[in-house]
Design a binder for this molecule. Sequence first.
Ligand SMILES: Cc1cc2nc3c(=O)[nH]c(=O)nc-3n(C[C@H](O)[C@H](O)[C@H](O)COP(=O)(O)OP(=O)(O)OC[C@H]3O[C@@H](n4cnc5c(N)ncnc54)[C@H](O)[C@@H]3O)c2cc1C
Length: 640
Amino acid sequence: MFHSYLACLFYNVFMYSGYLHNQYDVIVVGGGHAGCEAVLACAKLGLKVLLATLNVENIALQPCNPAVGGPAKSTLVREIDALGGVMGEVTDATYLQLKTLNSSKGPAVRALRAQSDKAEYSRYMRNLLENNENVFIKQCCITELKVENGEIVGAVDEFGAEYSARAVVLTTGTSLEGRIFVGLRSFSAGRLGEKAAIGLSDSLHKLGIETKKLKTGTPARVDKRTIDYAKMIIQPGDEELNFFSFKPNRPIRKTYPCYLTKTNEETHKIIRENLDKSPMYQGLIQGVGPRYCPSIEDKVVRFASNPSHHIFIEPEGLGTYETYIQGFSTSLPYDVQVRMIRSLPGLEKAHIIKPAYAVEYDYVPAIQTTHSLMSKKIKGLFFGGQINGTSGYEEAAAQGLIAGINAFNYINGSEMLELSRSSSYTGTLIDDLVTKDIQDPYRMLTSRSEYRLLLRQDNADERLTPIGHKLGLIDDEQFFRFEEKQRLIKEETKRLETVKIPANEETNKILAKYGEHLERGMRASELLKRPNIDYKIIQELDSQTKAIQIPRDVYEQIEVIIKYEGYIKRQEDQVNNAGKLEKFKIPDDIDYSKINHISSETKDKLSKIRPKDLAQASRIGGIKPADISVLMVLLDKHRI
Ligand SMILES: Cc1cc2nc3c(=O)[nH]c(=O)nc-3n(C[C@H](O)[C@H](O)[C@H](O)COP(=O)(O)OP(=O)(O)OC[C@H]3O[C@@H](n4cnc5c(N)ncnc54)[C@H](O)[C@@H]3O)c2cc1C
C-alpha cells in the first residue's frame, strides 16, 4: 500500500515536472568548454537543463594543449569568473603549474597561464554539473532541431528520442561532420577517440542556416618515461601564485615544470621532404587552419629562414605518462611524425602514445547570429564556442556563458546581455564574430582590442562583477568581497596622494637599490609613476604605508591605475567618442537597397550583417567612413 502510494507520488512529481516527457527548459548540445558554461549558467538561474553530449567521459575535455590562459585568454577567464562562470574555479582547482607571462611588460599584456591536469579538470567540471539538481546529462548525438513558426521547440537524437525545450544552445566544437587526417589517411571523427556528429549540419541547412568548413590540428602525445629531460631546458612555474578565480580558499598544490627543446635542420629536412604527403598541401582539407597556431610544417615553410622553432614539453596530468609536445602540431603521416619527433633533442627514443592529426569540421559563420549569440533566423536557438568559428577553450567558454545567460533571458523575456567592446574581451570577441566575416579560426589576441589598456586581467572583476551579481550568477558574499576590494583600491590610491616621500639620505639609500634617486621630496603617488618603483618600494620608504596590510591583487591594481593614468584616461575618452556612433541605432527593418550614395557592395554587406548601430556598421570590413556619413545623415533625419 505504502509502496504504491510512493510510486504514485513519484509518478505525479515526474509527470508534473515533465521529465518523463523529455521536457526541459533548455537543451545544450555539447559538453565542451562552451557547453559546460552554458549549462551551469542556465541551471544556476533555475532552469532545467539537458546536456546532450557525444561521450560523457569527455566532458570539458582539453583535446589540444592542457593549458588555460595566456595572453588575452587569461583576461577572458577572469571575465568569465566575474560574470559567474566556472572556468577560473576549475582551473584553480586542477593546475599543475601557474605562471604569469610578460610580468616585466605593460599591464595590458600581462597574462596568467595554467598548465592543467587534464583528467582532473574534466572530472571537476563533471562533478559541478552532476551536483547541480537542475542538470541532466545524456550521452547521445543530437541529429535534428525542431522548429515551429520560426521558434525552436526541441531536438531529436540519433536514437529517435525527442526532447522539448524553449531554447537550444549548440556548442558542438570540432564534431559537426568532423573528419580526422593523418597524412593521406582520413576517417570520420570529431576528435581522436570520439565519433563525429553526423546529421545536425543537414538539419541546420534545412532551416536555412549556412555552415562552412574550418580545420585545426594537434601534436602527438609521447610517453614521459621515454623522454630525456636532461637534454632540455627546465621551465618552472611561479613560486608566488596568482589565481584566475575571485573565489576564496583556492587550493595550494604542488607544481610541476615544463621543458623546452628546439627543432633543428634534421627536423626541417624531414618535413620538407614529406610535404607532398600532407593532406593540406594535397588539397584534401578545404578548411582554413588557425593562423596564430600553425602546424610545424606551416612554420617551416612560411619561416624558411628560421633554423629552429621552440617546442615545449608539457605534462598532461599526474595520473598519466602522456606528455604534450607544444608547437609541434602536424598532419603529416604517422611514420614521418615518428622521425620528426625523434629528431628533437631529448626525444630520440620517444614512444608515441597518440599521433598528431588535423581535423576538419563544420562551423556556423557567426554573422548569422546577433550579439546575444541567438540565431537571426530561429528564435531561441543559440550558438557558442568553436561552432562560431573560434579556436580555444577560453574563447569557447566565454561565448558559452553568454549564450547560456541569453537562453535564460530569452525564456524569461528579459533584456539580452550584449557586452560592448569597451566593457570586455568577451564583448570584443563576440562583436568581431558577428560583424566580420571570419575566414580562419578566430583566436583572442590583445591586439584585437582598441581598448586593451582598459581591458586587463587585473580589472575584469571591476568591469563585470556588478553584471554577474545583477544576473544572479554572483552571490552576495562574493559581491561583498568584491565591493570591499574596490573600496580598498579607491581609498589607498587616494591616500598615496597624501603621503610625502622626503628626498633625504635614508630615502636615497633605499632608492639606490632600484637605480633611482630623489632630488626633491614628492608624493608617493608621483614616485610610483616611475617605471622602477612599485608599491612594495613605497612600503620600504614609508612606515605608514608599510603598516597597511593590503592584498597583492589590490596593490597591483593600484600600481596600474597610478602608473598608466594618462593612457587610461586617453582610452576612456576614445570609449566616449565611440559611444557617439553607438547612439545611432539602425532600425531592424531598414531596406539598404533603397539608400542612395552607397555602393552595392556596401548595401550587400549591410543587408547580410544587419548591424544594430553605426558603431557596429563602421567595424564591418570594407565599409568606408563615407558610407557611415551617409547613414548618419539619414538616421539623423529619420528619412529611412
Ligand atoms: C584536434 C584539435 C586541435 C585543436 N587545436 C587547438 C589549438 O591549436 N589552439 C586552440 O586554441 N584550440 C585548439 N583546439 C580547440 C579547442 O579544443 C576548442 O577550441 C575548444 O575545445 C572548443 O570548445 P567547444 O566547447 O566549442 O567545443 P568542444 O570542446 O570541442 O566540445 C564540443 C562538444 O560537443 C559535443 N557534440 C558535438 N556535436 C554533438 C551533437 N550533435 N550531439 C551531442 N553532442 C555533440 C562533443 O561531444 C563535445 O563534447 C583544438 C581542438 C582539437 C579537437
